[in-house]
Write a protein that binds this ligand. Structure first.
Ligand code: COA
Ligand code: AMP
Length: 631
């Protein structure tokens, strides 16, 4: 069936459509109802059914003859090592680790935080939780202790799983001191931690609380898969919201498994047995969905890459991995390709590698600029597919569904709505915009399986943040338009979220940190355009009257405060001190206008501005730190 008919069928008969897809999953108990809509606007997929996500990801493949096939390849240029695990080996490692967790009292519904670098044990920990019906919450390693503590307080984990260190390029980053500090400052205290000791650093262990992974798992009895309800949570993944308090996106077991499995063939066009590589991090949704769950549910070999596109050791790293492991389809963020293009514009490194098995590159996480798209197309000579999604949905909302029908690519657009998603562009009154007109991008409820059913123990925030803008619709937070061919164009966010190297960050969260500095009276953080990372945060800070310390000193303190409170991933390095900030008469800081100034774009004088002269001062200040250049 072509794209148009498949999409139409998913809209006309969603229950039939997804019930068919659900036949690809092994269930202990079938559903009573494919879509339970008895408690609108909360929808539940496969209500009444029971399954186990780990069983579907590992055990059933072993039982069906895939036991000797590689399930996971850990390729780590930063430690100069590779680890390969077959489905049988991965299942056994997961069963043992689940046994360790079980011996610590972890049961169905308990939360386990996973704060780990990109090592196979991170996937083992996630799958072990799934095996027990426990709910994992992975926290990205680039977040600092305070961010980890916020998540500990919200998720209230029984156990935290971590490792002695991560490796960033040539630097060894010790995780355990960060973990200890997070537990120290958090109100909720986990009963135990399990720490994987890597040879690059040895974590000091707290007697009675910290368990050594290796000896603990060796001594554990393997645990069996525990049946859970399709509607039970599989994981919580915290993502930036409009304040410093992250949102705990909940993913259910049943809808997630069905959507993940379906997407592998229909969107990415890969088959069981193929090698699939998502170059991301397990701390992000891309890592959850496409390093761990989807490729394993589909019986693929997944690659976990502990390295960077450049510098580990050179801009040929991606090509090496693709050719060495026979990758068929790869997925990463455009920023990675911008990094490669910058260091090796003529792709000389590519000439060293045999890329004949490689069929398609998928990009997501931020808007893919046409230059990067075209460079990737011309260099790789395979389809390069931009697709659009977010932590909340867990999988593609708009894509060129390569397994259904390859549509013509329009550079700058992630193509059309994926079957199951009724994406509409609405104006302020809730009416659909005409083709070409920009509006709020919304998804008509119900969303397809796999999308968030709610926020962790916070139905109210879920309703407020996503469902209150327009009755019957989910607010994506993105603005854009549909063209006359139905292609979507994602143009900007309507909130304070910025996208730095494919990482989603809240400028509101950074402002909270800057405001906590004793010398700061007020501040605004904007996402200024950056050639490599897409956007970079820039802080504009007004000091309290009477502060006469050197500006450089204060700026250095502010930079290190954000690094300490949010983490290095914020990439917050640019601050400028200004006399005052531009505001509306009602006192709202004009961040949008400041962003336009920083990017050297034309801007309209806001009608409600308090004092227009301030904009000249802002322009001068931004020029001093290399922004606001006219193009
Ligand atoms: N643990 C500790 N620190 C981390 C970290 C981790 N897991 N991940 C990143 N950091 C640190 C980095 O070392 C860097 O620190 P620095 O300021 O001391 O240099 C900082 O956080 C910013 O990291 P990042 O944004 O990744 O920048 P980078 O300069 O190291 O690399 C890219 C830039 C473009 C090469 C890299 O971001 C990349 O490959 N991105 C594409 C893939 C991707 O991650 N996509 C995510 C969603 S699909
Ligand atoms: P995250 O939740 O971290 O995956 O970030 C989701 C946000 O990233 C989306 O709401 C968009 O703002 C942006 N985004 C992701 N993919 C794309 C894309 N292909 N094109 C444009 N923006 C994107």
């Amino acid at each position: 069936m072509n794209y148009k008919d498949t999409y139409a069928r998913s809209m006309e008969d969603p229950e039939g459509f997804w019930a068919e897809a659900a036949a690809e999953i092994d269930w202990y108990k079938p559903w009573d109802k494919v879509l339970d809509d008895s408690n609108k606007p909360f929808y539940r997929w496969f209500a009444g059914a029971e399954l186990n996500t780990c069983y579907n990801s590992l055990d059933r493949h072993v039982e069906n003859g895939r036991g000797d096939q590689l399930a996971l390849i850990h390729d780590s240029p930063v430690t100069d090592s590779q680890t390969k695990l077959t489905y049988t080996e991965l299942r056994d490692a997961v069963a043992k680790f689940a046994g360790l967790l079980k011996a610590q009292g972890v049961e169905k519904g308990d939360r386990v935080i996973v704060y780990m670098p990109m090592i196979p044990e991170a996937a083992v920990a996630m799958l072990a939780c799934a095996r027990l019906g426990a709910i994992h919450s992975v926290v990205f390693g680039g977040f600092a202790s305070k961010e980890l503590a916020t998540r500990i307080n919200d998720a209230k984990p029984k156990v935290i799983v971590s490792a002695s260190c991560g490796i960033e390029g040539k630097r060894v980053i010790e995780y355990k001191p960060l973990l200890d500090e997070a537990i120290e400052i958090s109100e909720h205290k986990p009963e135990k931690t399990v720490v994987f000791q890597r040879p690059q650093a040895t974590a000091s262990m707290q007697e009675g609380r910290d368990i050594d992974w290796a000896s603990g798992a060796a001594a554990a009895d393997p645990a069996e898969c525990v049946p859970v309800a399709a509607t039970d949570p599989l994981y919580i993944l915290y993502t930036s919201g409009t304040t410093g308090v992250p949102k705990g996106v909940v993913r259910d077991n049943g809808g997630h498994a069905v959507a993940m499995k379906w997407s592998m063939k229909n969107i990415y066009n890969v088959d069981p047995g193929d090698v699939f590589w998502a170059a991301s991090d397990v701390g992000w949704v891309v890592g959850h969905s496409y390093i761990v769950y989807a490729p394993l549910l589909h019986g693929c070999t997944t690659i976990m890459f502990e390295g960077k596109p450049v510098g580990t050791p050179d801009p040929g790293a991606f090509w090496r991995v693709i050719s060495e492991h026979n990758v068929r389809v790869m997925f990463t963020a455009p920023t990675a390709f911008r990094a490669i293009k910058r260091e090796d514009p003529d792709a000389d490194y590519l000439k060293k590698y045999d890329m004949s098995k490689f069929e398609a590159l998928f990009l997501a996480g931020e808007r893919c600029d046409p230059d990067t798209l075209e460079w990737a197309q011309n260099t790789l000579k395979v389809p390069v597919i931009d697709h659009w999604w977010q932590t909340e949905t867990g999988w593609g909302i708009a894509a060129n569904c390569m397994g259904i029908e390859e549509l013509p690519v329009k550079a700058g657009s992630p193509t059309c709505s994926v079957p199951g998603y009724d994406v509409q562009i609405l104006d302020e009154n809730g009416n659909e915009e005409a083709a070409g007109e920009i509006g709020r991008i919304m998804i008509k409820l119900p969303m397809p399986p796999g999308c968030l059913p709610t926020l962790w123990q916070n139905d109210e925030r879920y309703l407020d943040s996503y469902l209150s803008a327009q009755e019957g619709y989910y607010l994506t937070g993105d603005a854009g338009y549909k063209d006359e061919d139905g292609y979507l164009w994602i143009m900007s966010r309507i909130d304070d979220i910025i996208n730095v190297a494919g990482h989603r960050l809240s400028t509101g969260g950074m402002e909270e940190v800057l405001s906590s500095h004793p010398d700061v009276a007020e501040c605004g953080v904007i996402g200024a355009a950056d050639q490599l990372k897409g956007e970079l945060p820039v802080g504009l800070v007004v000091l309290k009257a009477g502060v006469d310390r050197p500006e450089d000193e204060i700026i250095a303190e502010l930079v290190s405060l954000v690094r300490q409170k949010i983490g290095p991933v914020a990439a917050f390095k640019k601050v400028v001190i200004v006399e005052r900030l531009p505001k509306t008469r009602s006192g709202k800081i004009l961040r949008g206008t400041m962003k336009k100034i920083a990017d050297g774009q034309e801007y309209k004088m806001p009608a409600t501005i308090d004092d227009p002269v301030i904009l000249d001062e802002i322009t001068e200040a931004l020029l001093r730190i290399g922004y606001a250049q006219k193009h």
